[in-house]
Design a protein around this ligand. Structure first.
Ligand SMILES: [Zn+2]
Length: 70
């Protein structure tokens, strides 16, 4: 088995208004691969609803100073 090369990117999602971490498998990509549109599409296709829900649960569980929610 070939070594997997992973890189963790921190991406910003304007829909969730938050950053999230995305692991990308680099060894599957061609050398001159343009990451920008690729990462952009990852932001667009990530699960906004699940991500926001997870963040909200996190805030509820640990949450201090988080009282201004509409
Ligand atoms: Zn999102």
């Amino acid at each position: 088995m070939a070594d997997a090369i992973w890189k963790e990117y921190e991406l910003f999602c304007p829909v969730c208004n938050a950053t999230f971490k995305q692991l990308v498998v680099l060894h599957k990509l061609p050398e001159n691969f343009d990451m920008t549109p690729y990462l952009d599409s990852m932001v667009k296709s990530h699960d906004h609803k699940a991500f926001q829900e997870a963040r909200r649960k996190e805030a509820e569980a640990g949450g201090a100073g988080n009282d201004a929610q509409g």
